[in-house]
Design a protein around this ligand. Structure first.
Ligand SMILES: Nc1nc2c(ncn2[C@@H]2O[C@H](COP(=O)(O)OP(=O)(O)OP(=O)(O)O)[C@@H](O)[C@H]2O)c(=O)[nH]1
Length: 500
């Protein structure tokens, strides 16, 4: 407990209640200041102590997360709105014909330059039909969004959510005279924005534009403006003739000749990250999902003894197993550790719906249940029920139940009875719809009314129930066998394709 008693401009007194706080070097306060301790308490037994501290004002963005992050942390990892603007086209130029530039010369000079003019004219670029090719402004840079396997979250887009490509180069017309040295303006490079694999791109109105499910998938979100053309400035009487000689004259809708480059497209886009994984780990908070992921893959998720340690899905790869169908899938399966679900998650409670939708692209579910709680079967039912309420289709997928923490007293003894009880929930019916839904919202099937009426018992029972301790490494191989068998079940049923 720390309380500010008399803050002054640069120093303040702090009243400390417990001596252990003296080991804390920095204490952020409500007014974005950091209090640096100057004195240390000598007596460990002293319960109240006033020390004089220096107040340093810091950058607010470094000390406190925006309140919206605190309220809805998940949204910051997997959902963002960005604005992209493609580059404008470069401008064309108004050019004089070579002979126009020399009209003021004397007759004798004209005679002398006749040969030169013919030479110059012949060196001008011409189309196959003999018409002059005039230089045009460079194309504005396009904006492309692509899936980059080294990106994990959409978090960085909250710091920068506006992206503009460069404009095309203008025609360099210093001398304003058409000559063979004039070049087109330089086209601007495409602005490529990397996003995590599994990102869905939607328009501002919610229309699905692209689903970047594979590394390297890309989508053009804003097209750069076309470069303006160049025109020959000629006396009125010659104008018709010369215009007829040029082939690249473009006009816009209002019939204006397009010397100025066209503006690049601008778009507001919603990016939504959907995890692409073969196996989704689900369970109540604290069940041990992250520990499980860390035990069988090289992933390093945060693990702690409090609920909702996992705020965004963590991914890990299972050791290679060639029998899992190379070609369609890599021989290693990807596991996603999803944030804990709680009762009411389908309505948005806890970290709710945002994470339930991450299950859409998983093929197999692994229910992680803490076997040491008061009523593990009830916990298991709660999670199944949440899945059913969000999308009944999830319950049709092959799944394995992992009864975790059997190293704890009590858990191992009732393992047998828990296993039997869980196996009683569900039937042997073959999974009818293994293919994940490609819809964004919970799927409302024609017979959805029926499905909502169905109980957990009406859906397939788990392929296996394994008691493990992922922390102590007990029976990990049995669990892996179960997960692999479930993956194989998917391969065999030929309904494996992850939703596009
Ligand atoms: N005794 C014991 N403790 C375990 C075991 N597995 C996990 N734990 C502990 O349970 C606590 C929660 O583990 P996590 O892996 O963070 O649980 P989680 O399900 O990912 O939690 P959320 O992030 O809240 O969803 C940690 O303190 C783990 O050390 C186990 O097999 N035995």
């Amino acid at each position: 407990m720390v309380s500010l008693i008399s803050p002054s401009s640069s120093f303040c007194n702090i009243h400390l209640r417990e001596s252990r706080f003296f080991s804390t070097p920095l204490v952020p306060t409500h007014n974005n200041s950091i209090i640096k301790f100057q004195n240390k308490c000598n007596s460990q037994n002293h319960r109240f102590k006033t020390v004089r501290c220096k107040v340093i004002t810091t950058n607010p963005s470094l000390t406190a997360p925006p309140s919206s992050i605190t309220k809805e942390p998940h949204k910051y990892f997997d959902q963002v709105i960005i604005t992209v603007r493609a580059g404008d086209g470069g401008h064309g130029a108004l050019l004089n014909t070579p002979n126009e530039a020399t009209t003021t010369t004397t007759a004798s000079k004209n005679e002398k330059k006749d040969k030169m003019k013919t030479k110059k004219r012949s060196s001008l670029k011409r189309d196959f039909d003999g018409s002059l090719i005039l230089p045009s402004g460079g194309h504005g840079g396009d904006v492309v969004i692509y899936a980059d396997e080294f990106k994990d979250t959409l978090l960085e887009f909250h710091n920068k959510n506006r992206f503009s490509a460069k404009r095309g180069g203008n025609v360099d017309s210093k001398g304003s005279v058409l000559n063979s040295m004039l070049r087109d303006g330089l086209a601007a490079p495409t602005l490529r924005i990397p996003v995590p694999v599994g990102t869905v791109v939607k328009s501002k109105r919610g229309k699905m534009l692209a689903d970047l499910a594979q590394p390297g998938d890309e989508f053009l979100v804003a097209r750069g403006g076309q470069g303006g053309i160049s025109l020959l400035q000629t006396p009125q009487h010659k104008k018709k003739k010369l215009m007829a000689l040029t082939s690249n004259v473009m006009r816009d809708d209002s019939d204006k000749v397009l010397v100025h480059g066209q503006p690049g497209e601008e778009a507001k886009l919603e990016l939504i990250l959907r995890v692409v994984a073969d196996v989704g780990l689900v369970g109540l908070p604290n069940a041990g999902k992250s520990t499980l992921l860390a035990a069988i893959t090289l992933a390093k998720p945060d693990i702690a003894d409090y609920p909702f340690t996992t705020l965004m899905p963590n991914l890990g790869r299972l050791g290679g197993d060639p029998s899992l169908g190379a070609g369609m899938y890599s021989s290693e399966a990807t596991l996603a550790d999803l944030p804990g679900l709680i009762e009411g998650a389908h309505l948005g409670k806890g970290l709710g719906r945002n994470f339930l939708r991450h299950l859409r692209r998983t093929r197999v579910l692994v229910h992680v249940v803490d076997a040491a709680t008061e009523n593990p079967v009830n916990d298991y039912r709660t999670v199944r029920e949440e899945l059913r309420m969000y999308n009944p289709e999830y319950l049709e997928r092959p799944y394995v139940v992992v009864l975790n923490k059997i190293d704890l007293p009590g858990a191992k003894d009732r393992l047998q009875s828990l296993t039997e009880e869980i196996l009683r929930i569900g039937n042997d019916g073959a999974s009818s719809e293994l293919k994940p839904s490609s819809e964004d919202q919970p799927r409302l099937l024609p017979d959805d009314g029926d499905k909502k009426e169905r109980k957990l018992e009406d859906y397939p029972r788990p392929l296996s129930v394994v008691g493990v301790s992922v922390l102590k490494g007990i029976r990990i191989n049995e669990m892996l066998k179960g997960i692999r068998a479930a993956l194989r079940e998917c391969s065999d049923s030929n309904s494996l394709s992850v939703a596009p």
